[in-house]
Design a binder for this molecule. Structure first.
Ligand code: ADP
Ligand code: GLC
Length: 477
């Protein structure tokens, strides 16, 4: 049995802004199901919800700051959660990373440096918990200083750093190294310095014993300039310590057969019942209730990564096609406004909800026929897997985890029952439009469509395989 400290800045259902929370909620649970002793550490944000008793563990003094560590448990799992309580940093309402205008909190360097320091105290068994982890598994830039700080300790446990997204690096002006009391030994171009800036992610990429990312294709892509953001050289240098392990999904939470958030449960054998969810979704968005018209859905952060501009460019032509489109998302104000404007013009074909809404996300997965995910890059992506499980066929761009989890519907993949969706290559509106037209053609052939749906619903995206990969990695370190 391995003792694993899982360091993360979000975890479903405690607090979620995106896919990192889904993974941090479900991977530790899957590891615990493989009989590992996993403890997760996370800041106690104002918006964080707990589901079990919370008890006080200890107070620690680090960097002249007095913090409390509390303990609770993940719902329906053995995984213990260590909550870092320091209200000055984490007690403010709203999003954990940005203020109401979408600007980063001005003290993010201090906030996440403190988080890293406390994770190191726990990792070195100096927090009085009488628990020494065998592995410290860090995730994304918010935990990046953990491997860096561990490198200065005597006999630290091995660390793994998982890249969920290279686009977010935790870059701060050089002056911030004073505010966080960064040990001088770490401040150099082969350390956490990046073009005279402090880079949290480099703390993970340089100092972790092993680096993983969330799909095999993305592991290759980030070693190239187009996806590496100037860190491709470092990643090439560390390629022998870099592995792509595809994310799994929580098959209990995303289960069309037993999903309390959808009106009509269904499974592959009873696929006709999916129809009630479609009508419900059409009514929810005040679209004409029509069983035959293909209903497209999209859920996601409205940012460049997700190819929202490609969709906006396609919309004039899409609105002439026999389809409906519903979208749920929030992000860049300009995207929100432009999408809303088009929806207002074509109110009988398209509807938009700006915001974050978990029940509605489940209804879209269950009620739509097609899921749009034309990402410019996608480290893994989860919605294309949720969609397949719900028999909602994804249209994806061939990048990152999308390339690794969707099999394009071509004559031979339809014939051999491996097709699970529609894949296009170029990040261009014309390439996306071509995929949409192909999808509409396939939809009009009810038999072929049902076959692809059956393949998609059969695909195994459970954590079993990937959690075993992580465990194998931990054992090898
Ligand atoms: P990313 O982490 O890049 O945002 P992923 O596909 O890995 O993308 O995961 C996104 C997760 O966040 C999914 O569980 C998705 O359903 C959820 N999500 C994104 N936007 C919303 C929203 N507006 N409302 C509800 N859930 C959302
Ligand atoms: C990131 C990526 C997404 C991935 C998620 C979980 O937010 O953008 O592709 O699925 O992390 O690993």
């Amino acid at each position: 049995m391995k003792k694993i400290l899982f360091v993360t800045s979000e975890a479903h259902p405690l607090l979620k802004t995106g896919g990192l929370a889904d993974v941090s909620g479900s991977l530790p649970k899957a590891l615990a199901e493989l009989s590992q002793d996993v403890r997760l550490i996370i800041p106690k944000y104002h918006a964080l919800k707990t589901f079990n008793d919370v008890r006080f563990l200890c107070s620690l003094r680090v960097d002249n700051r007095q913090v409390d560590l509390l303990e609770t448990q993940m719902p329906d799992s053995e995984v213990k959660v260590l909550l870092l309580d320091y209200p000055d940093f984490y007690g403010r309402p709203g999003n954990p990373y940005v203020d109401a205008d979408g600007d980063s909190w001005p003290d993010n360097a201090e906030r996440f440096a403190l988080f890293c320091r406390i994770a190191v105290e726990v990792g070195m068994d100096r927090a009085g918990l009488d628990w020494q982890p065998d592995i410290i598994h860090c995730n994304d830039w918010q935990s990046g200083l953990v491997p860096a700080l561990l490198s200065l300790e005597e006999n630290p446990p091995p660390s793994v750093f998982t890249i969920h997204n290279m686009a977010y690096q935790g870059l701060f002006p050089a002056e911030s190294i004073r505010g966080i009391n960064l040990p001088g030994q770490l401040w150099h171009p082969d350390g956490v310095e990046f073009h005279q800036m402090l880079s949290f992610i480099k703390g993970g990429l340089v100092y972790a014993d092993h680096i993983t990312t969330v799909s095999p294709t993305y592991a290759l892509e980030i070693q190239t300039p187009a996806f590496g953001y100037g860190l491709e050289g470092l990643l090439q240098h560390r390629k022998d310590d870099l592995t792509g392990i595809i994310n799994g999904i929580d098959i209990d939470l995303w289960n069309p057969q037993d999903d309390p958030l959808i009106p009509q449960p269904y499974q592959a054998k009873t696929l006709a019942k999916k129809q009630s969810n479609k009508s419900e979704l059409q009514q929810h968005f005040a679209l004409p209730v029509d069983a035959d018209v293909p209903l497209f859905g999209l859920i996601g952060r409205l940012v460049d990564q997700k190819g929202i501009d490609l969709i906006i460019d396609c919309l004039p032509e899409m609105m002439t096609m026999p389809l409906q489109f519903v979208l749920l998302g929030a992000g860049e104000k300009d995207y929100e406004r432009r999408l809303q404007n088009i929806a207002d013009l074509f109110a009988d074909k398209m509807a938009v909800t700006v915001g974050y809404n978990e029940p509605l996300a489940h209804l879209i997965e269950a009620g739509a026929d097609v899921f749009l995910m034309p990402s410019r890059f996608e480290p893994c992506g989860l919605n294309q897997m949720y969609s397949q499980r719900y028999g909602t066929l994804p249209i994806v761009r061939k990048t990152g985890g999308l390339a690794d989890t969707v099999v394009d519907a071509l004559p031979h993949t339809i014939a051999d029952n491996t097709a699970t969706g529609f894949v296009f290559n170029d990040a261009s509106a014309s390439s996306l439009l071509e995929a949409i037209k192909r999808t509409l053609m396939a939809y009009s052939d009810k038999k072929a469509w049902a076959k692809i749906q059956a393949n998609a619903m059969k695909a195994d995206f459970s954590w079993q395989y990937s959690a075993e990969q992580y465990l194998k990695l931990y054992r090898s370190l």
